[in-house]
Design a protein around this ligand. Structure first.
Ligand SMILES: Nc1ncnc2c1ncn2[C@@H]1O[C@H](COP(=O)(O)OP(=O)(O)OP(=O)(O)O)[C@@H](O)[C@H]1O
Length: 282
């Protein structure tokens, strides 16, 4: 399933955005906070209607396609979890079949097996009877992914799918997503993960596309400086993928004097120092 975004404008947020997410490929959307990534995904999955421009899925304009038809083809793991919080985990996962259900609204035996398999794959089988509301952030994220998998989408849209996951579950999710063989559009803040998981990266800044291409071409020191305003080092691994070294702080650093504790310089307008090895003053 091929996705084409053509000249999309929305409010002051998206400005003339065009991109293609190729069939069966994993396309990553990256960019600073507030650059418009989630808004663009919402345009693609028909949550918000662009003021100008079009989103075509396999050549059909999503706003000229019935919502149910889009829901049969497109699964979304969004940051805001829409599930009814009192529902059990198993029920939330089974909701993924709704777009495919007939008039009776009952799951077939094959569909129940699909629900069980998706829960197994996302390691949430042990949580099946738990109310969704009682889950941790990472558990919720895995349940939402299981719901998306039982939908058997041709396009999978993931908005920051790893932000609550521990390292092993991050790796598992991205491996699974790559192995599915469906078209994937994903936002990720972790550029190392994005570089490993995606075939192609599109960079948004200020609501516009500022770079678009294969991972190795896009993730560069110049891009990190220009778009994220961070002085990072980028090396190439033997696999050709970029390795990103951010200028992480060691002990000690500076903060505005008004925020400094631990006996740092007082007054206003001067930088104070802090020492992370010291207990905060009580
Ligand atoms: N309904 C809305 N009305 C007005 N402004 C909005 C609306 N939704 C989002 N915005 C603004 O649009 C900008 C882009 O938001 P969006 O959530 O798309 O960014 P993002 O790139 O996904 O950010 P983040 O990395 O922080 O998740 C932000 O400045 C946000 O405040």
């Amino acid at each position: 399933m091929n996705v084409e975004v053509q000249g999309v404008h929305w409010l002051h947020v998206l400005r003339d955005v065009s991109l293609t997410a190729g069939s069966g490929r994993v396309t990553g959307l990256i960019g600073p906070n507030g650059s418009g990534k989630s808004s663009l995904l919402r345009c693609v999955y028909r949550r918000i209607r662009p003021d100008r421009g079009r989103v075509l899925i396999d050549g059909a304009d999503v706003w000229r396609t019935p919502a149910r038809e889009v829901a049969r083809q497109v699964a979304v793991v969004a940051q805001d979890t829409p599930a009814d919080l009192d529902d059990s985990v198993e029920h939330v996962v089974a909701l993924g079949r709704i777009p495919h259900l007939g008039a009776l609204g009952r799951l077939s035996a094959a569909e129940r097996a699909l629900v069980a398999e998706a829960m197994e794959t996302c390691e949430v089988t042990g949580l099946a009877r738990r109310p969704f509301a009682t889950l941790s952030g990472g558990e919720r994220q895995r349940v939402q992914l299981a719901r998306a998998l039982v939908q058997q989408p041709r396009l999978l849209i993931l908005d920051e799918p790893t932000n609550h996951l521990d390292p092993r579950h991050q790796v598992d999710l991205l491996r699974l997503v790559r192995a599915l063989g469906v078209t994937v559009l994903v936002t990720l803040h972790d550029l190392q993960l994005a570089a490993a998981a995606c075939d192609r990266l599109v960079v948004l800044d200020g609501g516009g596309v500022v770079a678009d291409g294969p991972v190795a071409q896009v993730v560069t020191e110049d891009l990190l400086r220009a778009v994220y305003r961070v002085e990072a080092e980028v090396e190439r691994g033997r696999d050709g993928l970029p390795r990103i070294f951010l200028p992480l702080p060691g002990p000690g650093g500076t903060v505005p004097a008004a925020l400094a504790r631990n006996g740092a310089a007082g007054g206003t307008g001067h930088a104070g120092t802090y020492d992370v090895s010291r207990e905060p003053a009580s």
